[in-house]
Design a protein around this ligand. Sequence first.
Ligand SMILES: Cc1cc2nc3c(=O)[nH]c(=O)nc-3n(C[C@H](O)[C@H](O)[C@H](O)COP(=O)(O)OP(=O)(O)OC[C@H]3O[C@@H](n4cnc5c(N)ncnc54)[C@H](O)[C@@H]3O)c2cc1C
Length: 490
Amino acid sequence: MSVIVVGAGPTGLMLAGDLAEAGVEVTVLEKRAEESNLTRAFALHARTLELFDMRGIADEIVGQGYQVPRVRATMGGREAVLDMHHPESRFKYVLTVQQARTEVLLQRRAERLGVRIQRGAEVTGLDQDEDGVTLTVRTGEGERTERATHVVGTDGAHSVVRAQLGVGFSGHSYDTHIILADVRLDQDLPRAVNPFMGSDGVALLPPYGDGWFRATVWDQTRQAVPLDHPVTPDELNESLGRITGGQLSVAETRWSTRFLSERRQADHYRVGRALLAGDAAHVHSPMGAMGMNTGIQDAANLAWKLVAVERGWAPPWLLDTYEDERHPVGRATLRLTDLILRMAVAPAPIRAIRPHVVPRLLRNRKVSDRVRRLMSGLGVRYDRPVQVADTVSVGQRVDDLPLVSDGERTRLYELADPTRFTLLDATEAGYPAEAAEPWADRVRALHVRAELSEGADVLLVRPDGYAAWSGERPSADQVRTALNEWTGSP
Ligand SMILES: Cc1cc2nc3c(=O)[nH]c(=O)nc-3n(C[C@H](O)[C@H](O)[C@H](O)COP(=O)(O)OP(=O)(O)OC[C@H]3O[C@@H](n4cnc5c(N)ncnc54)[C@H](O)[C@@H]3O)c2cc1C
């Protein structure tokens, strides 16, 4: 019983770490011989940080990043502000931090937990049968095969796993190439993600907090420039100056690239024993900084389900919920990033009304809350699988509840185990926690003092932090039924 993860990007490293934490044998095959040092994604959103918190690694990355509490868009001489000071989370900001640092964090965790990462190993072929998957792998020493019970393709936008499975990647490429660069500016900017929307493009400028900014520049006058043309300092300066109406100029550039943005999603996330996650499953514009975050959240959703299958206790429907739950999230991400982009590079009539409409829209609490929760991942909720009981809050994200456990004040995410369910038993007598004892290998039962959701005094939380079941003074039998539905017989 073993899993092979193809690709050591952030999605693959998160997934491999979780599998190893649960004791599943896991190998990561990565075609690059060297570790990545690319900047690429520049931000971690609150839900990703919450998932890191449940794994005890959030504080380390927060210490390396810069906390940015709002998005401040400038257009036609007006400003529109989106507040990212999330009241429901411990992480009340967007954390700007280079992708390479996130990868190092996840790689160290994976290695600590015993994951084997083989670099210079490129997957070129895939065959599956009833019992497992066989991969063809090309290395410096030649070609060989590897076999596993499950394979996950986290091998990025040009996924070989996806191609080998014959899964379509529906969507289209955007016309304009994006310029990405890390720059110092001659001017200072507020502590915000700063999009500037001009008449022929948009420039996004989040700060790293050390004087450097990530410039993402979508300049429609440069759309014919080939991808392999290096970005020159003059070109960047001219684009940025024009789009921001002369407000900004570049003092120094340390890294730049041209990037073809696409909007595509895999038609399926699962074919038999092979699964897709991260950029292999969805790609979209970098507006909103959601790509890497969505991939890491895919991994958190998939890992415990694969653990359940590998361990043999998964109900037959469980692994299918990965696609059922994450495909709609991917679709919503594509829609939101597309809408932001269309707003940013809109035709003239929309550009004329944009400075009047967007600030007003974002002042509407309902609208701004919806966008904020979508972007940060905090608003994700899942439908109840038909196979389980319908109780209050099934599928909702569970807050980082303050708890008293064993006489100590603590909080849910500190106690959470990303590979096991958590049963919070806030009854006086503690009989639900006792009833859960036979499931101890997959359910961590805690007798606590806590205010649980909407009158419930027992709450079953999935390993990825969503509510599975809740009860108000349930009988021990009702607790056992819920555990049976989600985690099989003990
Ligand atoms: C130039 C660039 C700029 C970007 N900028 C932003 C941004 O500003 N904001 C944002 O949110 N996102 C950005 N992204 C997207 C973000 O980087 C991705 O969403 C994120 O890296 C996805 O992680 P992943 O692990 O799913 O895939 P990847 O990070 O792509 O990792 C896939 C891994 O699989 C390996 N691999 C591929 N094929 C094989 C094979 N056949 N065998 C073995 N290994 C293989 C690759 O070498 C790679 O290491 C950018 C992407 C690029 C390319």
